[in-house]
Design a protein around this ligand. Structure first.
Ligand SMILES: Cc1ncc(COP(=O)(O)O)c(C=O)c1O
Length: 384
């Protein structure tokens, strides 16, 4: 009999059979670089050298693949290492890619400062506007459409199913950075995307204690080519990092439910606050992507951005005044974080088409007692 296990079951069990030697219920940390061969080329279970494969990393990769409903996932040392591997494998010098008008600053920097030098051209397009994407695809031969949804930090929503159709008609791949949603809230491959990118540093790891990345792929042949590049270039996740990430993944669903609930209350409070001009949260009915988000996401996530009436300097001051929201980069951990994207995570897009407003504050709403979080924000905003 075959079972169709649910998401929470897969998060705890996929790729994580008890250890065949000891029965350990958690995959051990195989802190090892090489493996004894039974005669030359006689590999035990396929393990040869830990850049090529490592059992703890395999456990994480199998779990991530199961959570995204994919045949294969690859785990990397960081989200950026995953992105780099993908671009090197799928694109060639002379190709052109469409990139979103709002994205993680480091992703934009990779395109603008690293891959431009390699000969990869990019066009910036508003990915919440499917007609605009179609128009660009009709005008220029394009190898890949890259989207985030929700986007970092403006929480824009891309219609993944419609974009997959548009990309495929034009012979392009659709890549979705699913970091903000996590596979619990959104499964882009089921909506037609070809590749999912994760910074596992964020919700998948969930505890602000590990940096990692992943690629999850629908096509086994593409997965094989990516695995070749990964082994050839070496940006792999180490065994301890893989183990920490897998430990985080086990509680992803429970954490995300709480992140979403807290974020909704924070967004609603901010929407009524006199110091705030705009709240960017796809869970609010006023958000332009609300309907699409409702269709393609289970809930609306833990990230909330907002703009301050009093401008940039006031926004910087608010970031320094919170007690529980820790001022810091990154997101997706159990603890709440606050940051000023223009001067922190997105400083690398200043002066580019992706520049973010100076009066913008981004919150990663954690899973603390939400009343405490609301009080903290109210006091930080009190004389703004
Ligand atoms: C949406 C998104 N994608 C990718 C990355 C890069 O991931 P990493 O920092 O793990 O390299 C980040 C990092 O903040 C991110 O927010």
């Amino acid at each position: 009999m075959t079972y169709q296990d649910g998401f929470e079951t897969l998060a705890i069990h996929a790729g994580q059979e008890p250890d065949p030697v000891t029965g350990a219920v958690v995959p051990p940390i195989y802190q090892v670089s090489t493996y004894k061969q039974d005669g030359v080329g006689g590999l035990r279970s396929g393990y040869e050298y830990s850049r090529s494969a490592n059992p703890t990393r395999t456990a994480l990769e199998q779990c991530l693949a199961a959570l995204e409903g994919a045949p294969r996932a690859l785990a990397f040392a960081s989200g950026m290492a995953a992105e780099d591997c993908l671009l090197r494998t799928v694109c060639s010098p002379g190709d052109r890619v469409l990139i979103p008008d709002d994205a993680y600053g480091g992703t934009y920097r990779l395109f603008a400062r690293v891959f431009t030098g390699w000969g990869l051209d990019h066009d910036v397009v508003q990915v919440s506007d499917v007609a605009a994407v179609r128009e660009r695809l009709a005008a220029v031969r394009t190898a890949m459409v890259w989207v985030e949804s929700p986007t970092n930090p403006l929480l824009g929503i891309a219609d993944i199913r419609a974009l997959a159709g548009a990309a495929h008609e034009a012979g392009a791949l659709l890549v979705v950075d699913n970091t903000f949603a996590s596979p619990y809230l959104q499964q882009p491959l089921a909506l037609g995307a070809d590749v999912v990118v994760h910074s596992t540093t964020k919700y998948l790891g969930g505890h602000s204690d590990v940096v990692g990345g992943a690629l999850v792929v629908a096509d086994p042949e593409l997965a094989e080519r990516l695995a070749f590049t990964q082994n050839a270039t070496g940006g792999v996740a180490g065994p301890f990092d893989s183990w920490l990430t897998l430990r985080g993944v086990k509680t992803l669903a429970a954490r995300m439910d709480r992140h979403c609930r807290n974020a909704m209350r924070v967004a609603q409070m901010l929407a009524e606050h006199p110091a705030v001009t705009e709240v960017l949260y796809p869970g609010l009915p006023s958000h332009p992507g609300h309907k699409t988000a409702q269709e393609q996401m289970r809930a609306f996530g833990g990230m909330v951005s907002f703009r301050l009436l009093a401008g940039e300097e006031a926004a910087v001051r608010v970031c320094g005044r919170t007690r529980l929201f820790t001022l810091g980069e990154s997101l997706g951990g159990v603890e709440s974080l606050i940051e000023h994207p223009g001067r922190m995570t997105h400083a690398s897009v200043n002066g580019s088409p992706l520049e973010v407003p100076g009066d913008l504050i981004r919150l990663s709403v954690g899973i603390e007692d939400c009343d405490d979080l609301l009080d903290d924000l109210r006091q930080a905003l009190s004389d703004s």
